[in-house]
Design a protein around this ligand. Structure first.
Ligand code: 3NM
Length: 216
């Protein structure tokens, strides 16, 4: 199994929220500033486009030794030789974990989105490599948010890394970290920022200072 060194800051790259900025430029700045893992999340684009963008993103991720994850489609992940796939609750109806593993082989990362304690528990009992949980705060891709009340409970039973997602920004991340979260994913707070490197550095500082405090 591919061992991910660190899921602390997970960048989800979606050009629809990039405000017209080229995603490859955003990716380069974010990788240089220190995101730990990167996902290509491009909804509704032709597969040929995704192959081109994916190849370029993979090369960039390799340059920075950061895992490259493809959203939704294990076949696309396989064809790109990406490091893994991220599956939503709808995706796993089409590609249950066993079939995604068969497509990708045993050494790739397979992550899943969960949106309730029940979904989390189910995913936690299966052999996913990580579990995303959200949307924690209001966000554009979902019409509800679940807040931080369940964070401690989830972390107390989690048997794999949990990545919190949804509306997380530099103002609210401390609340999440104070509940024990150590891995967070973001789209807009990073790619919508005027200065990608500054946004990434701020997130990193906040996460790192929390980890250091937890040890002392
Ligand atoms: N998945 P932003 S929330 C892609 O809850 C995605 O599973 C979510 O974007 C989930 O950081 C979300 O801009 C959107 O809120 C994250």
């Amino acid at each position: 199994m591919y061992i991910v060194k660190d899921y602390s800051l997970y960048l989800v790259l979606s050009s629809e929220y990039a405000g017209g900025k080229p995603v490859l430029e955003i990716a380069r700045s974010a990788l240089a500033a220190g995101v730990d893992i990167l996902q290509m999340r491009e909804k509704g684009r032709p597969e040929d486009d995704l192959m081109v963008l994916g190849r370029n993103l993979l090369l960039l991720c390799r340059e920075f030794d950061v895992p490259f994850i493809v959203n939704d489609n294990p076949y696309l992940a396989k064809n790109l030789n990406a490091d893994g796939v991220h599956l939503g609750q709808e995706d796993i109806k089409r590609y249950p974990l066993s079939s995604a593993r068969k497509i990708l082989g045993p050494d790739k990362i397979i992550g899943i989105s969960t949106h309730s304690i029940e979904e989390f528990r189910r995913a936690n009992s299966e052999d996913f490599d990580y579990i995303a949980f959200g949307p924690i705060f209001p966000t554009k891709t979902k019409n509800y948010s679940i807040g931080t009340d369940d964070v401690e409970q989830i972390l107390s039973v989690a048997s794999k890394p949990v990545i919190f997602i949804g509306g997380i920004n530099l103002e609210n991340v401390d609340l999440l970290l104070s509940k024990g979260a150590r891995s967070i994913a973001a789209i807009r707070a990073i790619i919508g920022s005027d200065d990608i490197a500054v946004a990434v550095n701020h997130f990193r500082k906040q996460i790192i200072s929390c980890k250091t405090e937890a040890k002392t």
